[in-house]
Design a protein around this ligand. Structure first.
Ligand code: SF4
Ligand code: SF4
Length: 215
């Protein structure tokens, strides 16, 4: 899921530059799990804005704001409230903000900071496991991603800074390559890392990414 965090209210307000009528959009998927832009947070944001004397013309929590067609359709169903607003405050990830902004000529304000693609460890705890590099090598590294878990993204074993299995960048974390070695050893599969992994082909990571499935 996409992990996001609500921006400080002051930062959101600074984007309004005098506008006082807002329509709010939340997301029922990732932003809800992150407690950044679900029903509860949209309601709380509305209360905060009203307390500051701003007007909220309406709100909606869309099932997946990154789904552009669904977002356009759901926003059409709130046309009158949207027409009354001067700006739209979106409590969704950056992809969701762009879905909304493509449907309107009004100012679109990002209410969240989008952090990373994260795994959910438990309620309210997220960990980045994958950096979306576009060329996955997990089958060779015991299912542990050195691109993400190693702060240097090293592909072929640890740097010289590893001390007693701990990372030199984050001494509270185990070195990614120690984790990989231990896991492959446990599986009797350590030969997997005896072959050098070539440098990553950065063309597979080109931006913006596009994928069209064959019918
Ligand atoms: S190798 Fe690339 S695609 Fe695979 S988990 Fe790591 S960052 Fe993600
Ligand atoms: S100690 Fe290990 S995880 Fe840390 S930067 Fe070096 S190789 Fe990467």
């Amino acid at each position: 899921m996409i992990v996001s965090q609500q921006k400080p209210l002051d930062e959101i307000l600074s984007e309004l530059s005098g506008m006082s009528r807002l329509f709010l959009v939340g997301c029922a998927k990732c932003a809800t799990v992150c407690k950044a832009g679900g029903e509860e947070e949209v309601w709380q944001m509305q209360e905060n804005l009203l307390a500051l004397g701003l007007e909220v013309t309406g709100s909606i929590v869309i099932d997946e704001v990154c789904h552009m067609l669904r977002t356009a359709r759901d926003l059409r169903s709130r046309k009158e409230m949207l027409d009354e607003a001067e700006a739209i405050l979106v409590l969704a990830c950056g992809a969701g903000v762009q879905s909304v902004s493509s449907t309107t000529s009004k100012r679109t304000i990002a209410g969240l900071d989008t952090k990373f693609l994260g795994n959910v460890r438990r309620l309210g705890q997220f960990e980045q496991k994958c950096s979306l590099c576009g060329e996955c090598l997990l089958s060779r590294t015991g299912g542990i991603c050195p691109v993400t878990i190693c702060p240097k993204g090293l592909l072929n074993g640890p740097c010289g800074g590893m001390v007693n299995g701990l990372c030199e960048i984050d001494p509270e974390a185990e070195c990614a390559w120690k984790l990989i070695f231990d896991r492959l050893s446990d599986r009797g599969d350590v030969d997997r890392i005896k072959t050098t992994i070539p440098p990553k082909d950065n063309s597979s990571r080109k931006r913006p990414g596009r994928l069209k499935l064959e019918k």
